[in-house]
Design a binder for this molecule. Structure first.
Ligand code: GDP
Length: 446
């Protein structure tokens, strides 16, 4: 997610971070590059202007430039501005405080991911909120649309309104409401018809359905890959119906982030959910602070910590954090990490969330790492002597052959492991440079 934007900004801030002192001109130069990076990311021009102006004004202040860590402070200012642009510090929740059945109306253009998102949200409501949900497709234009929702409903275990051929959208909406009341449904999701373009007929239909069902939430689904177009679509919809939020789909493939960064400012509507894949659990509540952290290449520290908290013993984690900060990350630590990674859903899932892990992740991908590789790496470390584990530099060619034999692997596997350990060590040093894990946390006010 947002890889190209993240790389560009990372380059700018590496330069800032590397300097002990900053002059006003340094900040202005950096901000020029930030401006270009945002424009290349397809962020709307007025949003870019406001962003750069705000950040520059704060960052050239004497209290920043004269501080001990000017680079970090500038990055913090950028981080805060990103959070604000993405929608602010709060997480937009669905408004479920009403007498059931609460209606959520899903609107959007064809192919935006509307039907998929409807099923994803129904699944969330059922599993995370313990709500009894029901879905109904009002799409009478696309022949297979109602059938598609029914199939998705079966997959996520949420009821769909039985299909009656020939009914109009308003008739279906009325029937859905009655049915929801009868069956004591908490939340009714109405998947309205899509169109290829925004047109008046579509808008009229939406208004009619809205008048009948008085939705608590009207969520517009747009495809983040369409960049500024997504924002334009949102603007046209917002002018016609009272949107309560946006679902931004295909964020998994969005390297640029222009739609996410422009949406709030241009439409005034919060992004409530992010679609992150084709699978029906690939949806996230959109949290601006987390997304900002990802864009700045800091990794999704909060997600990582939360995930770790589910599986890792606190004492272990504290001991490890301490060793990382002291730069004493050895093979025993790596082994412990590997075990934890296994229990946390594998390497890919994890590396993407860790700060500074992009390179290590690339190295892992290049070596075709999978779960079996985790076990093999464990075997390799198991074949090292106690001394070698603490000091991997001891591993000369002869020792590597011994370790490879002992673990039933090849010397090149041993080398790969050593390389990975090195990359992780480097990542840890980077964290240390930023003031250690505590410094990092403080920087983001977490
Ligand atoms: P609709 O016409 O707006 O109802 O669109 P669909 O829900 O049928 O989705 C169109 C295609 O986009 C399907 O193949 C979905 O699997 C895919 N899709 C939907 N959301 C996402 C997402 O967040 N990420 C990815 N990668 N694919 C998605």
């Amino acid at each position: 997610m947002f890889d190209s934007l993240s790389d560009r900004l990372g380059g700018v801030f590496d330069k800032l971070r590397g300097r002990g002192a900053l002059k006003e001109q340094d900040v202005r130069d950096a901000m020029r590059e930030v401006r270009i990076a945002l424009l290349e990311a397809d962020v709307a021009l007025p949003v870019v202007r406001r962003f750069v102006d705000q950040v520059t004004e704060k960052a050239v202040g004497q209290d920043v430039l004269r501080s001990v860590t000017p680079g970090q402070q500038v990055i913090k200012i950028v981080n805060d501005a990103l959070i604000e642009t993405l929608g602010g510090d709060t997480t937009p929740e669905l408004d479920l405080n009403a007498t059931p059945p609460i209606v959520i109306m899903m609107v959007g253009l064809q192919g935006s991911g509307k039907t998929t998102s409807t099923a994803k949200i129904a699944k969330l409501l059922k599993e995370k909120h313990g709500k009894k949900a029901m879905m109904a497709s009002l799409d009478v234009n696309r022949p297979a649309a109602q059938e598609q929702l029914k199939v998705l409903g079966e997959q996520v275990g949420v009821a769909t309104l039985p299909i009656i051929a020939g009914q109009q959208p308003t008739e279906i909406a009325t029937r859905a409401l009655q049915s929801a009341k009868l069956q004591a449904v908490d939340v009714l999701l109405l998947d309205t018809a899509g169109r290829l373009h925004v047109d008046q007929q579509l808008m009229d239909e939406m208004k009619a359905v809205s008048a009948i069902s008085t939705p608590r939430e009207v969520l517009l689904v747009v495809d983040s890959l369409t960049g500024q177009d997504a924002v334009n679509v949102a603007q046209s919809f917002a002018g016609q119906v009272d949107l309560t939020g946006v679902v931004l789909t295909r964020m998994d493939g969005d390297a640029r982030g222009g739609a996410a960064l422009s949406m709030r400012a241009v439409t005034g509507k919060p992004i409530k959910f992010a679609g992150t894949g084709e699978k029906l659990d690939a949806i996230e509540v959109f949290q601006p602070a987390r997304v900002a952290n990802r864009i700045l290449g800091m990794g999704d520290i909060v997600s990582l910590v939360e995930k770790a908290a589910e599986t890792v013993k606190l004492e272990d984690a504290e001991a490890l954090a301490k060793r990382m900060e002291q730069g004493k990350f050895d093979m025993n630590d790596l082994r412990m990490q590997l075990k934890q990674m296994q229990s946390m859903g594998g390497l890919g899932a994890l590396a993407g969330m860790m700060p500074g892990m992009k390179k290590a992740k690339a190295a892992m991908a290049a070596s075709g790492m999978d779960e079996r590789v985790l076990l093999r790496m464990d075997a390799i470390i198991g074949s090292m002597t106690v001394k070698e584990r603490v000091n991997p530099a001891l591993l000369n060619a002869k020792r590597k052959i011994r370790v490879a034999k002992g673990s039933g692997t090849q010397v090149q596997d041993v080398n790969k492991l050593l390389k990975m350990h090195q990359e992780m060590g480097k990542a840890m040093k980077q964290i240390k440079k930023m003031g250690g894990l505590k410094g990092l946390a403080a920087m983001f006010g977490k």
